[in-house]
Ligand binder design. Sequence first.
Ligand code: SF4
Ligand code: SF4
Length: 380
Amino acid sequence: MRGIVSVQAATSYDEAVMDACVAGHFELLRLDELLRPDMRVTIKPNLLMKRRPEEGTTTHPALVAAIIRRLQKAGVTQITLADSPGGLYNHPQLTAIYRATGMEAVAEETGTQLNLALESQNLSCPSPALCRSFPIIQPVAGADLVISVCKLKTHCMAGLSGGVKNLFGCIPGLTKPDFHWRYPDPEDFCSMLVDLCETVKPAITFCDAVISMEGDGPSSGQLRPTGMTLCSRSPYALGMALCQVIGRDPEEILTVKAAASRGVGPAGPQEVELVGDPLQCYPDFRRPCTVSMDFLSKVPGVLRPVVRPLVDRFLTTRPRIDHKRCVGCGKCAESCPAHTITLRDGKAWIDDSKCIRCYCCHEMCPIRAIHVKQNRLLRL
Ligand code: SF4
Ligand code: SF4
């Protein structure tokens, strides 16, 4: 399935720069033809947790604000900003995250609605490979048009946090760990994410790749200036382009691989037409430590039950808690689908025997007290 990806160079989040980027994407991809003034449009940024924009964990508010201004220029008035971040999905949590991530200020400046409704709706996947239906937060389920605005980050479990992975935040609150529990194999999990993407069907996907995150993303990596915003009507084509940006083989990024094998995404970079500015590529973009995931993904499905115990024993990376840093907030335990984290004496402890290595705990620790530790063999 061929796709077009628009690239706009951007070395800062200045308002004029972001407006020019969004205008360029709109023109090159003819996005105005998707819009009608009477539409209910929901923008879904990546608001993983309570972090400031400059920490590079969440979609930058300057890009979101520029998208809203451009929608308003096209006559769209019913615009909602919505996400279900990691952890609890309730008013105090949403309000705190909107404030920290700069979305509250964007909503005030642009007159946009911030979602505080907590309902969800079950939507069926039109062509499921694994998962037939999903609970979807109401502002996304009820929208006429969904715009996903992801952040370019590595991801310890999925390899890449792009447009497809961003949609995991359409599943409400602590229902998300259930999906990790149901699909512990990364290849299955990423295939489920493609089912989710086919269910939500975002019409437009933007990517904030001005300052990206490399290493142990999506929340504990390092910032890397990459100087672009990207946009596509196809989240899968965007994912294929992002593989080129971060120097990864598309076969290693399991959402991209799953979309290609199902024929909903491009089969390779040759099926992605790049328009706009040159795509900046960073072959030395640091990978997450979770090498064993890459290894298992290359093993044919039928052989995995045999190979997995060996990989578990000799190659597996594991989450490890730095007890000097841990403050016992319990966020990791709250998000652990295997319920294998307990709090004792004001510190969190992991029972390795039940861990499914989803890295939700690593992702959700607000003070980066959980590290991904490689097996000694991998460090040789
Ligand atoms: S490891 Fe992190 S998330 Fe877990 S209790 Fe300690 S500080 Fe909180
Ligand atoms: S301990 Fe961490 S990595 Fe293991 S299952 Fe729980 S959340 Fe996932």
